[in-house]
Write a protein that binds this ligand. Structure first.
Ligand SMILES: Cc1ncc(COP(=O)(O)O)c(C=O)c1O
Length: 397
């Protein structure tokens, strides 16, 4: 994902502004910051870009997911439904609050299968977390109606799908709360950073306070502020926000390039009859951060992945064999390998993972290849890459 690829003068200018001003913290120092509020400015831009009433900038995407859950009151013993295909941050955030991750199958959208979600709901379910993986999305209408019917929260992790839309709405803005990551490999970057967006004022105020030790941010004397509840430190620095401020202004440019490069690769692969593509729900528009395609069998996908690597086609992932994004390699979660004793609710709540299998998820992830789309490719580069990919896939099929 490309933010860092096109890092340049605009980002340097915003960062230099902060360095020259000398106030690296986002809160306080009103008298000497000369009107520089990069985090606040970026929050205003996020609200506008993602069409929500509120945005809270934080230190990472993992922090954003944790804060979104905490802000809506998810905690000890609550069950949160999440997909088998995501990044480890999903269960890390849930478990950090003492809640229990309930993993369910994905479908050919490469995120939550609504049928599997509905089956997994119990009286303990507090939230469903849809993870909009690799630039696309789940069936949001179906997921929203399940959440409504069972009165559970819908949390949207749109860390990997910045700029994608569903029925005209930006991904991240559809659930009760949405989360973004601006780490170094996301569509726009702060270096490290993240954000929670929501239309719910209470959740927003909770996120604002919780991410800064519970500070209520009322008045201009930080030491005199009150703490209505316990919090933590998930603050972003002004230096990081400055980078993001330059990047968000370039989002339309990044998305255009992504779409153009994705389309060339997709058109080339679509000429191969045995190649199929992930389903994008009706009304959805991908961010085009990744091109995801399916091959007929696991073995073919493994061979294609190997041959891509051997022939210099970088940035193409076979997640079935990846340590970070798919349940199959999460032994540290299944075996509860923790540095410190875990809450008993989590230990009991995760016992199901020792024996549970996910053949439906294996069916999709085993046959999937996910290629990230770079912005720095020239048209010549992409065409050469596309024809190399086509000849590798064709030779293996
Ligand atoms: C889907 C998803 N959620 C959450 C995160 C966590 O973001 P961060 O690296 O900013 O903590 C990532 C990062 O890769 C991600 O891909």
């Amino acid at each position: 994902m490309p933010g860092f690829e096109l890092f340049g003068d605009a980002e340097r200018k915003e960062v230099n502004d902060v360095l020259e001003n000398g106030i690296l913290m986002r809160y306080g120092f009103e008298g000497i910051r000369n009107g520089h509020w990069k985090s606040k400015e970026l929050e205003a831009q996020l609200q506008q870009t993602f069409k929500t009433n509120h945005a809270q900038l934080v230190s990472s995407g993992t922090a954003a997911v944790t804060i979104a859950l905490a802000s809506a009151g998810v905690g000890a013993g609550d069950e949160v439904i999440m997909p088998t295909f995501t990044f480890v941050a999903s269960f890390e955030a849930i478990m950090a609050l003492g809640a229990i991750p309930i993993l369910v199958d994905i479908d050919d959208t490469l995120t939550l299968d609504p049928v599997a979600v509905e089956k997994a709901i119990t009286p303990k379910t507090k939230a469903v977390m849809v993870v909009q993986m690799c630039g696309s999305m789940g069936d949001m209408d179906a997921l929203q109606s399940i959440c409504k019917a069972y009165n559970v929260l819908l949390i949207e992790d749109a860390c990997q799908a910045i700029g994608g839309t569903y029925k005209g709405k930006p991904l991240g803005s559809i659930g009760d709360l949405g989360c973004f990551s601006f780490d170094f490999v996301k569509t726009i970057t702060c270096g490290e950073g993240g954000a929670v967006i929501t239309n719910n004022e209470t959740y927003y105020l909770n996120a604002d306070h919780y991410s800064d030790h519970g500070h209520d941010h009322i008045g201009n004397d930080r030491g005199a502020e009150t703490h209505p509840f316990l919090g933590f430190n998930y603050r972003i620095s002004e230096l990081h926000a400055a980078v993001g401020l330059a990047q968000i202004k370039r989002l339309p440019e990044f998305l255009n390039l992504q779409n153009k490069n994705y389309t060339i690769l997709r058109d080339a692969l679509a000429t191969i009859p045995d190649v199929t593509f992930r389903t994008v729900p009706e009304g959805g528009e991908e961010s085009y951060a990744f091109l995801n395609f399916f091959l007929p069998t696991l073995e073919i996908a493994q061979n294609v992945s190997k041959s891509f690597k051997e022939n210099g086609i970088d940035g193409c992932f076979h997640y079935y064999d990846n340590n970070w994004h798919y349940i199959r390699k999460w032994d540290h979660l299944k075996d509860l390998k923790s540095l410190f004793p875990l809450a008993s609710e989590i230990k009991t709540g995760l016992e199901y993972l020792k024996t549970k299998e996910f053949p439906q998820s294996d069916h999709y992830i085993g046959r999937n290849i996910s290629c990230l789309i770079k912005l720095s490719w020239t048209e010549e580069d992409i065409k050469a890459r596309a024809s190399k990919m086509v000849s590798i896939v064709t030779s293996i099929l």
